[in-house]
Design a protein around this ligand. Structure first.
Ligand code: FMN
Length: 320
């Protein structure tokens, strides 16, 4: 399947694995690349820009296919030297980045080096601004997504075609996608590919504890919480003891200071490493309701493409 996305980044299938804190490491990213998709190493999962350089090199040992690096520029508890991480990406000769947050610095630093920028955002107005600034494509995250859905609460069914109406650059539909039906729907809505996070968490190569993968399969589409809403920095996370505690504190008028000890990224990391599902908050989306197994990335991507073809065939039958 050729789309503006596959042409732009030189991959076989219009399927992207978005940046995932603590998860977007070489094992997963190379598996996605070898299966013909586009994976992103998550820059801030690495403890330093030097370590990021080593992770990129490690990924190159595992694949000769294109992959990229996600550089997330969102509020964090501890300050991060983002410019140094961006420099490490450039020095490593990475050709594709996924950016999030303010696009200005990323465009100014990456564009002179010819790096293809896919800017991930949650609103048409933000996508338009990024297009004007010169990014090459946008990934647009609907209300369904894991991570940061923003505060407008517009699901993909409207957000994706609204973005398609407004933009001229390629669009990647993100949030709630997990299978071939979703891929065909995204293409029908005007996107040129899909981005998935939660679906790739539940794959064999995701470098996280089996308990997390199994919980995603067990959970249905209702098992998430939206935290940080009062601070207008909403995050969608898997529902657990910690997310419930955070919501209670927020409902009682608590400030970010009151929940800071619960939501530290270092606690989320423990979930992935030890499989203790209540050790911290961890991201997952509504897509949990349509994830029923833990395949390897090759099986997953091949199946999505086969399903997409079968769905297209069936739709032809409807109109023919
Ligand atoms: C565990 C996890 C961690 C994530 N961390 C990041 C991140 O660090 N930066 C980022 O841009 N997006 C992050 N995301 C969002 C994904 O890249 C993607 O946009 C989102 O998961 C799409 O929604 P889906 O989960 O329904 O597929 C994360 C998602 C998950 C599931």
């Amino acid at each position: 399947m050729k789309t503006k996305l596959t042409e732009l980044v030189g991959v076989e299938h219009p399927i992207v694995q978005g940046g995932m804190q603590w998860v977007g490491r070489a094992e997963l990213v190379s598996a996605v690349a070898n299966a013909g998709g586009l994976g992103f190493i998550t820059a801030l999962t690495q403890p330093s820009p030097e370590a990021l350089g080593r992770e990129i090199a490690r990924c190159r040992e595992m694949t000769d296919k294109p992959f990229g690096v996600n550089v997330t520029n969102l509020p964090t508890i501890n300050a991060t030297p983002l410019a140094e991480y961006r420099q490490a990406v450039i020095e490593a000769g990475v050709r594709i980045v996924e950016t999030v947050g303010r696009p200005e610095e990323a465009v100014a630093e990456f564009k002179p080096h010819g790096v293809t920028i896919i800017h991930k955002c949650v609103a048409v107005r933000h996508a338009l601004k990024a297009e004007k600034l010169g990014v090459d494509a946008v990934s647009i995250d609907g209300f369904e997504c894991a991570g940061r859905p923003g505060d407008d609460d517009v699901p993909g069914l409207v957000l994706i075609p609204a973005a398609a109406d407004a933009l001229t650059i390629p669009i990647i539909a993100s949030g709630g996608f997990a299978d071939g039906r979703g891929l065909v729907a995204a293409l029908a809505l005007g996107a040129h590919g899909i981005n998935m996070g939660t679906r790739f968490l539940a794959t064999k190569e995701a470098p996280i504890h089996e308990n997390v993968k199994r919980r995603i399969v067990e959970n249905d589409e209702r098992e998430t919480d939206l935290v940080y809403r009062p601070f207008r920095n909403t995050a969608r996370v898997a529902r657990n003891a910690i997310s419930r505690e955070v919501l209670e504190i927020q409902a009682g008028g608590g400030s970010f200071e009151d929940i800071k000890h619960l939501v530290a990224g270092s606690r989320g990391r423990i979930v992935y490493e030890t499989g203790d599902l209540d050790a911290g908050i961890w991201s997952a989306s509504l897509a949990q309701g349509i994830i029923h197994d833990i395949p390897d990335c090759h099986t997953l991507i091949t199946r999505i493409m086969a399903e997409a073809e079968a769905v297209t065939e069936r739709l032809r039958g409807f109109v023919g």
